[in-house]
Design a binder for this molecule. Structure first.
Ligand code: DC
Length: 219
């Protein structure tokens, strides 16, 4: 079974999908982490987003691996644990630009399909139900208000000891939403047959239960 979860940043996809994977004993795939790895590598190597040739080399030549059991998942780039590095402010601010070129998307979508071959998986991102797995058995489009999403990110930063304010985070989220939704290639959008889940005001447990129930009904 393939469960596809799409939605904007901070809508609750990652924490929910990880917990659902643990509940159902299926593989969890965070496609956003893959775009973040490519962004990190390009930033470190000083590769501008306009250099298609080198972007293609990086997208096709980087070994991206996941280890661990959800919710404890580590992300690896060519054998280096980059789980924290890919969540840095710099990567977060640049990833919307580096994930847009066709060469990057084609390379990563192919890898995502290979990872899912022959297994049950819950996969989260922006184009999972529309492009990567259009035949997924369960498609969910998660949303939440910008304010709620900024508050959740504020909590994440607090845990890392980083001071931010809600207004600043709301602006950043709006800019990223705008870029992700308006890009030419595979923009963020709801698949016609996806079920909408508005997580504003919902607890994590409620979100998990909602999806697990839908998935069990299909098993
Ligand atoms: O889910 P996230 O915030 O870690 O995603 C990082 C970026 O990657 C986000 O700006 C959108 C992009 N992304 C994408 O274009 N397609 C996906 N399937 C997943 C993420």
């Amino acid at each position: 079974m393939i469960i596809a979860i799409d939605g904007p940043a901070g809508s609750g996809k990652s924490s929910t999908a990880k917990a659902v994977a643990a509940h159902l004993g299926i593989t969890y795939l965070d496609t956003g982490a893959m775009y973040r790895v490519i962004t990190l590598k390009c930033l470190r190597a000083g590769i501008p987003v306009t250099d298609e040739k080198r972007l293609s080399e990086v997208s096709n030549g980087t070994i991206i691996a996941f280890t661990g059991i959800p919710p404890q998942v580590s992300v690896w780039m060519d054998g280096e644990d980059v789980s924290s590095a890919i969540r840095s402010d710099e990567v977060t601010k640049n990833v919307s630009d580096y994930c847009a070129p066709t060469v990057v998307r084609e390379a990563l979508v192919n890898q995502q399909r290979r990872i899912a071959e022959g297994r049950s998986i819950i996969c989260e991102g922006r184009d999972i139900a529309t492009v990567v797995f259009p035949k997924a058995e369960l498609k969910i489009y998660m949303i939440a208000s910008v304010e709620e999403r900024a508050k959740r990110r504020l909590e994440d930063f607090k845990k890392l000891g980083v001071e931010k304010n809600v207004e600043e985070l709301m602006r950043e989220i709006e800019i990223r939403d705008q870029k992700d939704s308006s890009r030419k290639n595979s923009p963020l959008m709801k698949a016609d047959d996806a079920i909408m889940l508005d997580t504003t005001g919902m607890t994590l447990d409620q979100q998990i239960e909602w999806i697990v129930e839908k998935a069990r009904a299909l098993q």
